[in-house]
Write a protein that binds this ligand. Structure first.
Ligand code: COA
Length: 330
């Protein structure tokens, strides 16, 4: 059996910065409300015409550069997004063309905030079995065009944002890399955090009535999401630790999905890990769904917070509900 390690990681945030004060000009909200409840001060939004496959390009270029690889070396693209450029085909196919990858497999996965860790889990299996040597895992999102940026949608709109992260998983026989991944889902909560339309159940898929009812916007039942997140995050972290007879004291760095600072603080208390061992950029970046973990990971690496030999845990929770973790020896 081979082992997979992260040979490269990169990220990209679109140029346009939207502060809480900017949002308070278009909806009834305030910097104080948003910051106190979520920890967010600003986020990035795309410019018209930019899709997740576009955001993925610079993120992937940075990841390839760090790995010292070219597009020709990549055997498979796994593209995690809950906001694909188009209903069909997938954003992975678009990225294959835009970056000139060979005619390799391109797989979109839609597991929302857990997408990047699910993607690592799939890539890990391809590499362990020797089916692939280098796999690209992208998490890229354009949430801004899915948000109801009026007072009606304010509880959801202030949280979500745009961005992209990308990692290259490479085969190795050294003692580092992905130790294990764990993935879960519970679809009975599907409607607590979802985009109802356009839907294949509706005929026609899109109508004036659907638009008037705002069914095409991301909807979130914040309290139900919070209640489940604070249960599932600690569970999935403990599952990753238990698999290697580790305890929370063995974690050098926890990189959680940047859902909300209050959720991250709750996790820290629950599993007894100091906040300085937890990476958080939510104040600047907001919640970028599948892109959130690779962006935080890439930034932490650039800032010199990640060192050889560290035990790193990635943990995600999101719409579905889905949740996932990865244990990594750096
Ligand atoms: N600005 C100002 N006021 C707002 C607001 C906003 N952006 N959004 C909601 N409010 C108001 C509500 O209308 C409500 O007013 P009322 O008391 O007059 O009815 C009040 O603030 C409290 O709303 P509520 O929804 O009860 O707030 P909350 O304490 O549950 O906080 C969230 C809302 C969304 C911040 C919180 O539920 C949360 O963090 N949920 C988890 C979200 C998350 O992490 N999602 C990502 C998962 S991947």
């Amino acid at each position: 059996m081979y082992k997979a390690y992260i040979s490269g990681i990169g990220h990209y945030l679109p140029e346009k910065i939207i502060t809480n004060d900017d949002l308070s000009k278009i909806m009834d909200t305030s910097n104080e409300w948003i910051y106190e409840r979520t920890g967010i001060k600003q986020r990035h939004y795309v410019s018209p015409g930019q899709g997740p496959s576009d955001l993925a390009i610079p993120a992937t270029e940075n990841a390839l550069k760090m790995a010292n690889l070219s597009v020709k070396d990549i055997d498979l693209i796994i593209f995690a997004t809950s906001t694909p450029d188009y209903y069909a085909p997938g954003s992975g196919c678009l990225l294959q063309d835009k970056m000139g990858f060979q005619t390799i497999g391109a797989l979109d996965i839609r597991v929302q905030c857990s997408g990047f860790v699910y993607g690592l889990s799939i890539a890990n299996q391809y590499i362990k079995t020797g089916e692939a040597k280098n796999v690209l895992v992208v998490g890229a999102e354009v949430q801004s065009t899915t948000l109801d940026l009026s007072t009606k949608g304010r509880d959801t709109a202030v949280i979500f944002a745009d961005g992209a992260g990308a990692a290259i998983l490479t085969s190795t026989d050294e003692g580092k890399g992905i130790l294990s991944t764990h993935i879960h889902s519970e679809g009975k909560f599907a409607k607590e955090l979802w985009v109802e339309s356009p839907s294949t159940i509706d005929s026609p898929r899109l109508s004036q009535e659907i638009l008037d009812e705002g069914k095409h916007f991301l909807y979130m039942n914040g309290r139900e999401v919070f209640r489940n997140a604070v249960k599932r995050f600690p569970e999935i972290i403990m599952e990753a630790l238990d698999a290697h007879n580790m305890s929370s004291g063995d974690i050098d760095l926890l990189i959680p999905h940047q859902a909300n600072i209050r959720i991250i603080e709750f996790i820290a208390k629950k599993i007894n890990i100091p906040m300085d061992k937890i990476i958080s950029n939510i104040n600047r970046v907001g919640n970028t769904t599948a892109a959130s973990i690779p962006i935080a990971f890439s930034e932490a690496l650039i800032e010199g917070k990640i060192k050889k030999g560290q035990n790193i845990i990635l943990a995600a929770f999101g719409s579905g509900f889905t949740w996932a973790s990865a244990a990594i020896k750096w």
